[in-house]
Design a protein around this ligand. Sequence first.
Ligand code: MOS
Length: 745
Amino acid sequence: MADLMNVQAHVRLGSNAGQSMTRRDGVLKVTGRAPYAADRQPGGMLHAVTATAGIARGRVAHLDTAAALAHPGVVRVYTPANRPPLAEHPDTKIHGFAWRMEALQDDTVRYAGQPIALVVADTLEAATEGARLLNPRYEAEAPRIGLDGNTPYQPETVSIGRPPSLEAGDMDAARAGAARHLDTVVETAAQYHNALEPHAITAQWFGDRLEIDTPNQAIGLAKQSFATYLGIEPSQILIRSPFLGGGFGSKAILYGAQLLVVLAARDLDRPVKLALRRDQMFGPVGHRPATRQTLRLDLDEHGRIAALDHHTLAVASTFDDFIESASNASHSVYATTAMRTTHSAVRTDTGTPGPMRAPGEAPGSAALEVAIDEAAYALGMDPLAFRLLNYADTDPSTGMEFSSKALRECYERAADLFGWKDRPLEPRTMRQGRLLKGWGMGTAQFPCPMFQAAAHATLRADGSAVVETSAADMGQGAWTALAQIAADGLGIDIDRLEFRSGQSDLPDAGVAGGSGHTATAGTALFNAGADTVRQLADLATNDPASPLFGAGNAGVTARGGRLYRNDDESRSEAYEDILARAGLDLVRGEGKGAREGEAQRAMFSHGGVFAEVLVDPDLGQIRVNRLVGAFAVGRIVNPQLARSQLLGGMIWGVGFALHEEAIHDARTGRFTNNDLAGYHIPVNADIPMIEALTVHEDDPFVNALGIKGVGELGVTGTVGAIANAVWHATGVRPHRFPIHPESLI
Ligand code: MOS
């Protein structure tokens, strides 16, 4: 039965989902009326600034708190000596999504940029100056920095609680029978999330009740976490996070300074606000760690992959265990008779890494796609032909069938639009003027997780409705796409729908992460609407005065705020009339969203990405000239928003391939580029022509709505496509990201 339920046809959506709609919150945002956390100005508010460590390892020997306190406007300086107590140690991992935090528990410095004091003052200027006057003295030890900074160790888990290795098939036998093998090593740099909106928090206590404004990707979880560390009940806490100016994973996880601000607000009985400066986001709020990935591909005489071995060495912090699961990118794209994926990590004096847009898959697919391209060239094969020969149609890591099989179509559609068929195999054969031109491709892949979400829907007497769930809109358009689904669940026009979201007193919408938010929260919202319509249909079809009387619940269909008899469309009734006759002010439904039962299939989104680059033969300067991707992402709720998510991912791929790189000074362990002048991300001029298509995909297994994710997929595939285009242009094979011009000349 469970299997049957999994394969049932998708639920029918109405006229709202499937439409391109601009963001419902767009006008609020462009007119500056969307309230972000740092916009809060409660009366009597104080400003907090963290002082951060200028060393990467050691201890703080002295802080001149007297000097800071003597500065006009400074109200309090918190250090480990006077930090108010917490109910739970900030190094306690209270659940799987809890990271060890710095909340002034002691004088240890674990990384450069770590908060070592919190200065609270009447003005931001006074707090900033107070922090400067602390003038810390350190006992410093030599920092361990980078992939070679320490002895590697074997982690017990990678990512969040996943096994660090996987072996499928007989590796030795597959290798022994192979006609040739290929070894390659690819390095990827550390990246920092750098959302447009820096991390911020405003906290205010009303007696024993706490109100927090802070952007967060998982408000329900954050509420529980705050409650645990503070030793109060979750019901005492209200978190508002209506808008996030980007998150990319870094706002899914609590960080120590948030606890400090909440403690300060209670201690001082005043609202307190903290907004991190750009440089202060390099360290305490997660990052994508550097990796060194070693791949070995064994190929049989027909050019098929016989064995695939992918090892990742990833940078980790000294005090926590998030290990970038890059090798797992090799699990589910290419067919192979044997596979081994492994991870090791190196503990360095850096902030703990965390999930960052397409965690694991982004660096993993970058390395894998380079290796695949090298294998194609080792065989003298066109890279597309090689992928068409080798892509998997059954997940090689689990033996499960894929829930849908659209990858071939992604390859073909994108290749067609790109014009791949005229590509000369030989590198360094195409030119545009004096520039070298190259074409490369990569395969995009991302899993389709679902989390747990709940939602309420309330239909009012006038036929309008309000839906409620604590969903997080990081800018991806959740306010719009989720409202479209909710309106269809209720069978009303979206203009009659009020969408309440982004607040922790609403039903928990789970995590806006893993590209699973639309599927998960959307399912909860749809079900809440459907539950409401079911009650409405009960009222009408059991009422002799209704034109729907006797139709039975399954005999009516909801749309446009009316119920219609399926057997006679001329017989219908408006929601408000049904409510009025029943004497009701409202009908309220509830819904949940989660994956149904055990996964029966391997569930992924897929895509093919093609890149054209132009390389200056004298300077090594690389420009991406064209980028075309075709993606299979299930049912599209809002084509315009889905496309912009895919484009955003591909643009991130450009940044990954060519720009993003956090650089540590190996002597001090400090960053040399913790600002947007030195930490480069793509700007408009870096993205000349880019297109993302979606191929029709009806995945009957993924969930009843048929919805997959679009947020992270676009990063994958793109990085490799650009690197492979650079190879094709120059004849130089990039083995490090970002690709530096000097590596090409
Ligand atoms: Mo994401 S890294 O799932 O916000």
